[in-house]
Design a protein around this ligand. Structure first.
Ligand SMILES: O=C[C@H](O)[C@H](O)COP(=O)(O)O
Ligand SMILES: C=C(OP(=O)(O)O)C(=O)O
Length: 359
């Protein structure tokens, strides 16, 4: 044991080091190796601006963040992206459809941490390969013209793929974290702050206030060196209602309560509602009911609802090994037919809300 400890001491500096380290490329180098074509980069900027206008209430469409709980198979992910892009094009007057391209998973205790961490899905934790496979996947989806969403679980990894992302999330397990709030302040894209896993809104409202303010904080530069980053403050940090241990919070009364809480904090009264997680009790079969309830609120003129999140993949449910094509390996998802039905319903609701005319 003593000898083990001793091997962790770097002799010249006497600092404790990890037993084995593996180099990662600098974010800028990975970006140059897997670049986004300029036309697609312009589309990412346009999509971020459109999502911001929806959150501001200046664009009356609904933001729909939809896709797998996690990307574990880039081939199936791209297959899904192509089908979603077709459906999204048919709804673009009423919906801005953004695909969940989640490469990192936060874990309650332990579990697979996502494609970036473990692309082989076998615990080999090959992060250099994971970053390449993950960035290539997001680049290929962005090149289709489909906007992407990501949860930023590890702030260190954000510079490797943030340029490809239209919509970011701070998850229920990290929303209290100062480094994550600083990251949200720095990201040039709308960031949703989820209510905590216990269902309380307080930490999410605090996160929004923090993310909207400027911050100076340590991070990694494009060149891969440690550096001081400056977040200008994120004007589109907003609340995502995802339910929690205290029950769901997608219903009309909960939404009204959340809008009141935002008003008390001097924040815009606009929320995104997650139909999955605590709002479905992680039962994918309940997501269509949650979406129908949200659609009814929107159709009735509910202006506070800026968007909806849905966990969806090619096939419904979730799985353990041996793996079947197009099925989630993390949280259960609705299948593609239910996804198309949800998009139709939400598009109709957005059109009805438009007809109600009130600002
Ligand atoms: O969205 C996915 C999961 O809900 C999240 O990663 C937590 O998963 P876990 O509770 O199974 O660890
Ligand atoms: C982990 C997620 O959500 P939450 O933080 O709400 O649990 C997710 O959306 O993948």
């Amino acid at each position: 044991m003593l000898q083990d400890l001793d091997t962790r001491i770097d002799r010249p500096t006497r600092r404790a080091t990890l037993p084995r380290t593996v180099a990662l490329p600098a974010p800028g180098r990975l970006g140059a190796e897997i670049p986004l074509p300029p036309a697609a980069a312009d589309r990412v900027l346009a999509h971020r601006a459109a999502a911001g206008r929806i959150l501001d209430g200046a664009d009356d469409r609904l933001l729909v963040i939809v896709g797998p709980c996690s990307i574990h198979d880039p081939v199936a992910g791209l297959d899904y992206a192509r089908r979603l892009a077709d459906a999204a094009a048919g709804h673009d007057r009423d919906l801005l459809v953004v695909m969940r391209g989640y490469l990192e998973k936060p874990r309650t205790v332990l579990g697979w941490k996502g494609l970036v961490h473990d692309p082989a899905l076998d615990g080999s934790d090959d992060l250099p390969t994971g970053l390449r496979v993950g960035r290539r996947f997001l680049r290929d989806v962005a090149a289709l013209g489909l906007p992407l969403a990501a949860e930023f679980v590890d702030p260190f990894l954000a510079p490797y793929f943030a340029d490809l992302v239209t919509y970011g999330a701070l998850g229920a397990r990290t929303v209290t974290s100062q480094p994550h709030r600083q990251l949200a302040s720095w990201l040039p894209l709308p960031v949703g702050c989820k209510n905590a896993v216990d269902g309380d809104l307080t930490t999410a409202v605090e996160a929004i206030r923090a993310a909207r303010a400027p911050h100076v904080f340590p991070g990694v530069t494009e060149e891969g060196t440690p550096g001081v980053l400056r977040g200008a403050g994120n004007p589109h940090a907003h609340l995502v209602l995802r339910g929690g241990a205290s029950g769901p919070n997608y219903d009309r009364e909960s939404v009204a309560g959340a809008l009141r809480r935002l008003g008390e904090a001097d924040l815009p009264g606009r929320v995104v509602i997650d139909a999955s997680h605590g709002n479905s009790g992680k039962d994918h079969r309940r997501q269509p009911h949650v979406v129908a309830d949200i659609a009814a609120q929107v159709a009735g003129g509910g202006r506070g609802v800026a968007g909806v999140m849905i966990e969806s993949f090619l096939e419904e449910g979730r799985q353990e090994a041996p793996l079947r094509y197009g099925v989630s390996i993390t949280d259960a998802c609705v299948g593609f037919p239910d996804t198309l039905a949800a998009l139709d319903l939400l598009a109709t609701a957005a059109r009805r809300r438009r007809l109600t005319g009130s600002p």
